[in-house]
Design a protein around this ligand. Structure first.
Ligand code: ARG
Length: 430
């Protein structure tokens, strides 16, 4: 038996080194794509039977074979391993071994070029769904914690220097709004990429009246990606957009992780992380290290690196080129690293404890000077005059964080956080 689905009768044996190089990491990466590939193959086979390229009986045989393969894979009884070049070949080989030559009929009217794309599209849609859900749960958790501690005073920093009194409600509410925004962006990205590449074959269509619409519907796509060459030209660009949406989330995750690593240091001592998020040192018995938070912070570097890697693979003329295989790994690596990171952050935010007194006591009297200047401006001084004398006001020592926070009444301020408005926007995603 030929060793590749593309081998021909008269072809000389494959050079192992070259074959290994060609396959790259496909066989490992395709473990994340396999079930999507099978799902799309079922839709393709059903489509072929609707245009009578396959008989009903052939269609049923192939579809039940494919369903059996998916079940075996899910149960761990079928593994993707070399010598298969990729999941596409593995599916066809398995069908042919199990069902005989009819297995070779699944590829009628299809190329690996549209096959890989449809599997990737389904993978991206699935992972963007998870990303949206994870952003929503993180935002909800942040909102809950912000509500619970809405009036706990803490310093507001600019340049990492104490600036004005602020609150836990403002800090965590801001993070909640960020993840709400990002969840909306993910939802738009999902709609943008939800188009079916199947039926475009190698990039030029085929001489069959393929039911592209029916296949797209069966797979839950919103539309068919029309031009077959554009399907190939969009490979990598869709991935780039999915990664950009992910990068929005990991960028904000990095900021929150930064805040937590700073705030849990002895210098701040605002945050105590639950035991399971803290590690010890192999040499220093006294250490409680925030390794988990640091790895959460590092998730963004994986995505940022992947974005450059992906973009670098896209300097190509029209049509399919094997370079495009290189777009797969950065995409998969980023999602597989970052989605668990978002889940862990949600758990951490839900279970961390904050030190009310320490945060309150970190507000020193200089931090009221902006309030003093604005109050004087209200009484008739120009703000610039008031600004100049605020530092020498004799009211500074008698002021309290509570009074300062109470006066911030405009929308978003500490006494009007708008957490309910953020919650309403979040609800629209459900
Ligand atoms: N692993 C290949 C990829 O990701 C599959 C498509 C191969 N197509 C081809 N014409 N050689 O691009």
């Amino acid at each position: 038996m030929a060793s590749h689905i593309w081998s021909k009768e008269n072809q000389t044996g494959a050079d192992e080194t070259v074959q290994k190089f060609l396959a790259g990491k496909d066989i490992l990466l395709d473990r994340h794509l396999f079930l999507f590939d099978v799902e799309a193959t079922i839709a393709h086979v059903n489509g072929l039977s609707r245009i009578e390229v396959l008989s009903d009986e052939e269609c049923q045989t192939l579809v039940s074979g494919l369903k059996e393969l998916a079940a075996l894979y899910q149960a761990g009884d079928y593994e993707l391993n070399p010598p298969h070049e990729d999941s596409h070949s593995a599916i066809e080989f398995w069908l042919t071994e199990k069902l005989g030559p009819i297995g070779g009929k699944v590829h009628t009217g299809r190329s690996r070029n549209d096959q890989v794309q449809v599997a990737l599209r389904l993978y991206m849609r699935d992972r963007l769904n998870s990303l949206q859900d994870l952003c929503v749960s993180l935002a909800e958790t942040l909102l809950n914690r912000a509500t619970e501690m809405h009036d706990w005073a803490m310093p507001g920093y600019t340049h990492l220097q104490r600036a004005v009194p602020s609150s836990v409600g403002l800090w965590l509410g801001g993070m909640a709004e960020a993840f709400t925004d990002i969840a909306h962006m993910v939802s738009m990205t999902k709609q943008w990429i939800n188009s079916s590449p199947l039926g475009s074959a190698a990039g030029y269509g085929v001489n069959l009246p393929l039911d592209r619409d029916g296949v797209a519907k069966e797979l839950g796509f919103d539309r068919v990606q029309i031009n077959p060459q554009y399907v190939q030209n969009s490979r990598g660009r869709y991935e780039l957009q999915a990664l950009n949406a992910l990068a929005q989330a990991t960028l904000e995750l990095r900021r929150l992780a930064w805040d937590l690593s700073l705030f849990s240091s002895s210098e701040f001592s605002f945050v105590t992380m639950p035991e399971k998020f803290v590690t010890g040192s192999s040499i220093m018995p006294n250490k409680r290290n925030p390794d988990v938070v640091e790895l959460l912070r590092a998730s963004h570097s994986v995505v940022e690196g992947a974005l450059s890697e992906l973009q670098a693979s896209l300097s190509l003329p029209s049509g399919y080129h094997r370079d495009l295989q290189m777009t797969k790994e950065p995409l998969l690596r980023s999602f597989e690293q970052s989605l668990p990171a978002l889940e862990i952050m949600t758990d951490l935010v839900a279970n961390m404890s904050l030190k009310k007194e320490t945060m309150h006591d970190a507000i020193d009297s200089d931090m009221y000077t902006t309030d003093v200047a604005i109050e004087a401006a209200l009484k008739g001084q120009t703000f610039r005059e008031a600004y100049k004398v605020a530092m020498s006001s004799d009211s500074l020592d008698s002021r309290t964080p509570e009074a300062s926070l109470k006066a911030r009444v405009s929308l978003g301020g500490c006494n009007n956080l708008g957490l309910d408005l953020i919650a309403q926007r979040l609800k629209k995603l459900k």
